[in-house]
Structures are given as C-alpha cells and as structure tokens.
Design a protein around this ligand. Structure first.
Ligand SMILES: Cc1cc2nc3c(=O)[nH]c(=O)nc-3n(C[C@H](O)[C@H](O)[C@H](O)COP(=O)(O)OP(=O)(O)OC[C@H]3O[C@@H](n4cnc5c(N)ncnc54)[C@H](O)[C@@H]3O)c2cc1C
Length: 401
C-alpha cells in the first residue's frame, strides 16, 4: 500500500460519527466520573450499542486498511474524556498483547472473550506487566511461571494494571527463567473465572480517574498449557537461542507496547485538541483592557504554537499508525517518536490552556484543569518519555556510519 495520510470518505464519516458520540455521551458526564472515580459502565454500554466497543478487535482483524481509523477514533473519544475512553479502549492493550505473542488460533479463541461474556454482557481485558520493582525495566519481572502437570502456576503481584481485577481475561507476562531477563519471560492468558487471580488495591489517581487501575495478585494461579501464548516449543527455542546469544526476539511486553504506541499518542492528541479549542474560543470572548485577550500577541502566539504542535504530533501519530498497519518496521523508532511527541504536546498545550483562561483555568467549573491532569499519564504509561528517548537514541546511534 502506498504511503498516504489522506483520510478516505469512509474515514471522514467515521471521524464525524465518533466525534458526535464523544460530544453527546462522553463529554457531558466526564466531570461526574472524574469526581467519583467509578468505572463508567453506562457509557461503555452505549459505546457497545453503537459499535465502538471492541472496535480495535475488528480493526485488528483487517477492517482498518490504512491504520488511521483507530487513530482518528481514539482522538475523537479522548476529546470527550481520556479516562472514559480508556474504559472503552483499555481492553485493546490486552488484545495487542494477545496478538503480539499468541498464535492465530489463540487469538481466535481468546479475543472475543475479552469483549463479551458467555451471557452476552460486556467483558473486559487487562494486560499485566508492571510490578512494584519493575516498571520501565521490564527485564526485572519477578512474577514466576512454573511448569507443572498440564499447565503453569503463576505467582506474583502486578501493579497499576488498567482493568486489573475487574477484567474477565487477564494477559500476564511472567518470568520462566529470571537469569535470561526479558528473553526468559512468557505471556499467559488467564481465562475468566480462574481461581488464584484477584484484584488488589484500586489506585486513586491525578487524572484519567474514570479508568480502573489496580493491583493484580496471582497466588498459585493455574493455567492450562494452551494458555501459554505462542506455545511451549516457541518458548523453549526462544530461551535456548537466548542462552547461546543468538536471539533477537523482543519480549511480549516490549513488542506489545511498540504496537500500541501510536494509538496512545492519538489519545493524547484528543486531550490537547480539546484544550486548544476551548482556550482559543475563550480567548476570543474574554475581554481584558477593553479588547479580547486573543488580540494580544502574547496570547495569540501561544495559540499559534499550540496549533502547530498538535499538527506536528498528529503527523507523527498518523505516520506511525500507517506504518504499523502496513507492516513497515519502526527502524527509526517512529512509534516511540509519535507517543513521546503527542504526550509532551498534550501536557504543554493543556498547561498553556490553563494560562490562557487565567483563574478560570485553575478551577473545576471549567474543564481545562482536568485535561491537564489527564494529560500527564501520557508521559508515563506504556513507556515513560525517558524510555521513548532511550529507544529513539538507540535508533539514532544505530543509523549512519
Ligand atoms: C494509570 C496507569 C495505568 C497503567 N496501566 C498499566 C497496564 O495496564 N499494564 C501494565 O503493565 N502497566 C501499566 N501501568 C504501569 C506503567 O506502564 C509504568 O508505571 C511505567 O512503565 C513506569 O514504570 P514505573 O512506574 O515503575 O517507573 P520507573 O520505571 O521506576 O521509572 C521512574 C523514573 O525513572 C525513569 N527511568 C527509569 N529507567 C530509566 C532509564 N534507563 N533512563 C532514563 N530514565 C529512566 C523513568 O522514565 C521515570 O521517570 C500503568 C500506570 C499507570 C499510572
């Protein structure tokens, strides 16, 4: 497929449809869920009714030909509220973990169960990598997977897991041989109703408060052999080649985060755009010293920079989303670039938006302070800004003579 960032007619219509949903169903209830920190089940239910819930599943199955549909839908929904969007799309991370490490048969078995329970109601998925002592340093995971008769026993504690404990299907990365770092790790599906897996402490957060974040505790959690993603032969070969130093394969965690970065960037963009639009309109109306504040260059130039930075981030996000779908490898760390830029733009733009609103930007009667709180997570989860710079710098160092 030739490189193009032009949206098709169908994508423009999808963008409009997602925006209308966001404006009608998400933005009006955003403050309420931000305050209560409750999981927004009614909104997720509405998203399901219109076909937005599980959209990433269909897109992964080939419905999104250019990769851009997922990006534009993500941006439109986070324009309404990032926390609620993460409740609608949080399962996508587990889905990407399954797609990244599982066989096509495993994907076909488990992916539908992440979105729908047997009784037809909504199901959720969660992807558990992070632990108290291992966040950026994924190679130091301590959750153990031990081979036993007919399957594997999982033991350990995961922290900060989106949908952790309330998910129906958990995808868990555990270490089989800790001496091999991430090459000694394997990814497991923990099916619905499995004993030995439980949600722990639910975190209270600065932002994205409608999204459920909690510990996941695994205590002699038995999963059958078929839950080892990729199968035992592949794991054995991976570990053997790691021992002989010939393996170049990335861990399930690393390849999953690489695949989801452009979409995480797209979410950050939605927050930035919301703050930009709101502060632009405010600046046109707010009168100070007898004229609208936008007529001061000090304010207008801020808005100019905000518009430019959002565009710049969107180009990187759409390029990476297109590359991901077309199967073009991120040789210059294009996925990391997109997530890093979009996350930092969201923080900067929401900060400037508060400044443009003055005191009104700082109080809860206006939405801008929430957008600023929501934006910060995009510099932390799925690889912090420092880790993205590490990935980019390695690509830079590997290029040239
Ligand atoms: C709301 C929320 C939702 C999350 N959802 C999930 C989820 O669904 N699944 C999941 O597995 N995890 C999830 N996480 C975890 C998240 O991915 C980690 O918090 C993140 O990767 C950072 O790890 P850490 O918190 O342990 O920080 P650390 O790794 O301890 O990092 C602390 C600081 O040190 C810096 N640092 C670390 N190493 C280096 C280095 N080599 N060079 C330069 N700087 C470095 C970091 O950039 C950071 O600034 C979530 C976290 C939050 C807050």
């Amino acid at each position: 497929m030739s490189f193009s960032l032009a949206l098709t007619e169908e994508q423009v219509a999808t963008q409009k449809w997602a925006h209308e949903f966001s404006e009608r169903e998400i933005r009006p209830v955003a403050p309420e869920y931000d305050e209560s920190e409750a999981f927004p089940w009614p909104v997720v239910e509405k998203a399901r009714e219109v076909g937005l819930y599980g959209l990433e599943y269909y897109q992964m199955a080939g419905a999104d030909e250019t990769g851009l549909t997922s990006a534009i839908v993500s941006e439109e929904l986070t324009w309404g509220c990032a926390g609620i969007t993460l409740s609608i799309f949080g399962t996508g991370l587990a889905l990407a973990g399954l797609a990244g490490s599982g066989t096509p048969e495993q994907f076909a078995t488990w992916a539908p169960k992440m979105f729908e329970k047997e009784d037809g109601s909504i199901a959720l998925g969660a992807f558990g990598v992070t632990e108290p002592g291992a966040g950026s340093d994924v190679s130091s995971l301590r959750t153990r997977a031990e081979k036993t008769e007919g399957g594997w026993l999982l033991n350990g504690t995961k922290v900060f897991i989106t949908n952790g404990g309330i998910a129906d299907v958990h995808v868990i990365v555990a270490t089989v041989d800790p001496t091999l770092g991430h090459k000694g790790q394997a990814t497991f599906v923990v099916p619905p109703g499995t004993p030995g897996i439980a949600g722990g402490k639910k975190e209270r957060k600065l932002g994205i408060r409608a999204s459920h974040t909690a510990e996941v505790i695994l205590t002699d959690c038995f999963v059958p052999d078929e839950c080892l993603l990729g199968g035992e032969d592949l794991l054995r070969r991976k570990m053997e080649s790691a021992k002989t130093g010939t393996s170049t394969r990335k861990s399930g965690a690393l390849s999953t985060f690489e695949a989801t970065r452009p979409l995480v960037g797209a979410q950050a963009l939605g927050i930035a755009r919301a703050a930009f639009e709101f502060s632009r309109d405010y600046a046109k109306e707010r009168i100070a010293f007898g004229k609208p504040i936008i007529s001061n260059q000090g304010i207008a130039f801020k808005l100019a920079d905000m518009a430019m930075e959002i565009d710049c981030a969107r180009l990187l996000v759409h390029r990476a989303a297109w590359m991901g779908r077309a199967g073009v490898p991120f040789t210059q760390a294009e996925g990391s670039m997109s997530k890093l830029k979009a996350g930092e733009v969201a923080v900067k733009v929401t900060d400037e938006a508060i400044q443009i609103l003055g005191g009104y930007g700082y109080i809860k009667d206006y939405p801008v302070e929430k957008w600023h709180r929501d934006s910060k997570i995009y510099c932390i989860f799925e690889g912090t800004s420092e880790i993205q710079r590490l990935v980019i710098s390695r690509a830079v160092a590997a290029a040239g003579s």
